[in-house]
Design a protein around this ligand. Structure first.
Ligand code: EPU
Length: 423
């Protein structure tokens, strides 16, 4: 398996363009199954997970093409979902990507029937799907869970009011998609407020759905009978933006990230500022420059607009280089500290409790061979490698490529020494 080899100590300088958001495009690709008409999705990132979702759409009978826009040079997807021929997602594709759970709402809405294999836990925690299933049941679906499979079926969903126990992102997305064709009005209270939910609402409404409230606590979906085609550009990936800003902070560099919606990153830029970096926030870009020496800051992950759990590993990498002690509290997932052990292999001083990590920063990190156990942990180790003395090998790069488009090329363009090595 391929790995990234990083020679640390270079000061990054220059511009990086953020790609379309992974966590937007995956539910949006699933939502394309709700229509029979052509869907164009612009600013498609070239990611392993997008490839997996394309294979899932093809496996149920949709046609998917990838193109490049001549004017912008950006990739786009053209999806024609007119002839679906099965309601079952192949188990091996489901197993490759936990977020394939968002296919449930789309297929239940379109076909009235769906069969998936139960996604297991993963390296960031147990990740149950009870909220999703309870929501479908409340809309009137019959759920059967047997032999590792889950079947959901309905002769017609009925809209109603529901209250989520936790503002779960993919639960909110699944219920929005299922409710599009439900009779009457569905109200989702304590809904997730992430920008990706707003992007999904915009996509569905452009197809003819009637949804209001995304981005707020309460989302209302008035059922409709059919949806049309759509041409939609996905929002920029706020986690990718945050990751490259942290790369700038760790190396004391001067990095500008383009294609940004700055208000999606307020929790992240606030913390970078508190840590001593200087940020110039433009309309569609953020520049980070060195200010004072990096200072320790505390991080508590929370649902949006709080500090994102998907930036917690990168924040921990930064804390290793900051002067002082940082407390990092992980409130979203129950096992999202696997990167701490690997950072310690590089010389970091971290104490890990159940949901709390104490990072004593200010020492130096030295390059080592480290294991990328999941996507964001892998990104954090690359960041640590950029600031460490000597050579770091992040192995494998498989998980990183699930969610970062050509990370090594983007980092090399701003002066990093990073190569992908096969074998
Ligand atoms: N939860 C349940 N039951 C459920 C669903 C969720 O108990 O039925 C719990 C989870 O175990 C977790 C909490 O609720 O403790 C929040 O999980 P959520 O459902 O919001 O996460 P998700 O929808 O599975 C999405 C992103 C993740 C991101 C989280 C939190 C996608 C495709 N995935 O996952 O992205 O960390 O929201 O923001 O949108 C990543 O990109 O690296 C990534 C893991």
């Amino acid at each position: 398996m391929a790995s990234f080899v990083i020679r640390g100590g270079r000061v990054l300088q220059g511009e990086i363009r953020a790609s379309g958001a992974k966590n937007s495009i995956l539910p949006i690709m699933a939502a394309s199954l709700l229509t029979r008409r052509e869907c164009i999705i612009r600013d498609t990132p070239d990611l392993r997970d997008v490839g997996t979702m394309s294979r899932i759409l093809t496996s149920v009978g949709a046609k998917v093409w990838v193109g490049t826009d001549a004017a912008s040079g950006q990739r786009y997807l053209r999806i024609l979902p007119d002839g679906l021929n099965t309601y079952e997602i192949p188990a091996e594709l489901m197993a490759e990507m936990r977020s394939s759970i968002v296919l449930m709402g789309a297929l239940l809405g379109r076909l009235g029937k769906v069969r998936v294999c139960r996604p297991g836990g993963c390296s960031i925690g147990t990740r149950p799907i009870n909220f999703h299933l309870r929501g479908f049941e409340m809309l009137g679906a019959r759920i059967r869970a047997e032999h590792g499979y889950i079947d959901a079926e309905t002769t017609g969903l009925i809209g109603r009011e529901m209250h989520l126990d936790f503002p779960s992102v993919t639960t909110t997305e699944n219920l929005m998609m299922a409710a599009v064709f439900a009779e009457g009005t569905t109200v989702i209270k304590n809904a997730a407020k992430e920008p990706e939910i707003v992007d999904l609402q915009n996509f569905l409404n452009a197809m003819g759905a009637r949804i209001v409230g995304a981005g707020l606590d309460t989302i209302r979906i008035v059922g409709t009978r059919t949806l049309g085609g759509v041409d939609h550009a996905v929002i920029p990936d706020r986690i990718e933006v945050g990751t490259y800003l942290v790369a700038g902070a760790i190396t004391g560099g001067d990095v500008t990230v383009q294609n940004v919606v700055p208000e999606h990153l307020e929790a992240v830029t606030a913390k970078l500022g508190e840590a001593g970096a200087v940020l110039d926030v433009g309309r569609d870009h953020i520049r980070i420059r060195p200010g004072t020496r990096l200072r320790a800051v505390d991080f508590k992950t929370l649902p949006y607009p709080g500090f994102p759990t998907d930036m917690q590993p990168q924040a921990m990498a930064m804390a290793c280089f900051a002067h002082g002690t940082s407390l990092i509290t992980e409130n979203i997932f129950d096992q999202r500290f696997a990167h701490a052990d690997e950072l310690m292999r590089m010389g970091a001083s971290i104490e890990v409790g159940n949901r709390l990590a104490v990072v004593r920063g200010g020492g130096r990190l030295t390059g080592a061979r480290v294991k990328a156990t999941d996507l964001r942990a892998g990104a954090a180790l690359v960041l640590a490698g950029l600031g460490a003395e000597g050579t770091t090998v992040v192995d494998p790069c498989y998980h990183i490529e699930r969610g970062y488009e050509r990370m090594e090329e983007k980092l090399r363009a701003v002066g990093a020494s990073i190569t992908k090595v096969n074998g």
